[in-house]
Design a protein. Structure first.
Length: 239
């Protein structure tokens, strides 16, 4: 049996560029609104959107961890602002969200991402652990994974320990025999360290690590370095 029990893996900005993905999805959404709900398109592309977003979060504070439902409610408020009747506003919000969500899952993988998933998944159980709303089936990575945990599911976001425990507890895994891989020093590296897991910091931008930053077990600058980092951590574990 492998000394390493499981790996948890961040998605956004670890496997793909999330800002670029969201920008493309937003463009598709805006163009859909223009063609299917012009009054809502005007609201959505105006400064009012910022107010509507703030109002929606005030109405539904629990949705700050559920980005999909939050976006649906924002779109609903956009439709209502554009004077659609309630039930039509619901239907249009849902349809508009579907357009956005298709784009949100049309990701462009970083070089080496799928090879890394293939190699690691042959040897270790991998669980996605994301604060975002990417869908592992629609992005095409579910066959590499034993499971996927999102903030929407847990009702909290990394670095909250409950996110990590949502994988560790049902797997009956010892955190010191598990690795979390991710790009974010606070959410991923500090979060993993807080529950006693090893961490691999995916630093594709080659940012400088300052001494006050959370310290990862390993740092990689390219996804093809991850497997070696995992093996190094595994080698350091006692039987
Ligand atoms: Mg990330």
């Amino acid at each position: 049996m492998s000394k390493l029990q499981l790996i948890t893996l961040d998605l956004d900005n670890t496997l793909w560029d999330v800002e670029q993905t969201i920008r493309a999805a937003e463009r598709e959404l805006v163009s859909w609104l223009k063609n299917h709900a012009e009054p809502a398109h005007q609201v959505y592309t105006s400064a009012t959107l910022i107010e509507l977003r703030a109002q929606t979060l005030e109405q539904h504070p629990q949705l700050r961890h559920d980005l999909s439902q939050l976006r649906i409610e924002i779109l609903f408020n956009v439709m209502r602002s554009a004077d659609y009747a309630e039930s039509e506003a619901r239907d249009l919000a849902r349809a508009a969200f579907d357009v956005f969500f298709a784009g949100r899952n049309r990701v462009v993988f970083f070089p080496g991402a799928l090879e890394m998933l293939q190699t690691l998944s042959e040897r270790y159980p991998i669980y996605a652990l994301t604060n975002g709303n990417a869908d592992v089936t629609r992005t095409g990575i579910s066959h590499y994974l034993q499971g996927a945990i999102s903030s929407a599911l847990v009702g909290a976001s990394k670095p909250d320990p409950s996110m990590f425990h949502a994988v560790l507890t049902p797997s009956n895994a010892s955190p010191q025999r598990c690795i979390h891989i991710g790009d974010h020093l606070h959410d991923d590296v500090q979060g993993a360290s807080n529950v006693g897991m090893h961490s691999i910091w995916v630093n594709l931008q080659q940012s400088r690590l300052n001494e006050n930053d959370p310290q990862p077990s390993h740092e990689v600058n390219h996804l093809d370095e991850i497997y070696a980092a995992v093996l190094a951590i595994e080698d350091s574990l006692q039987n």
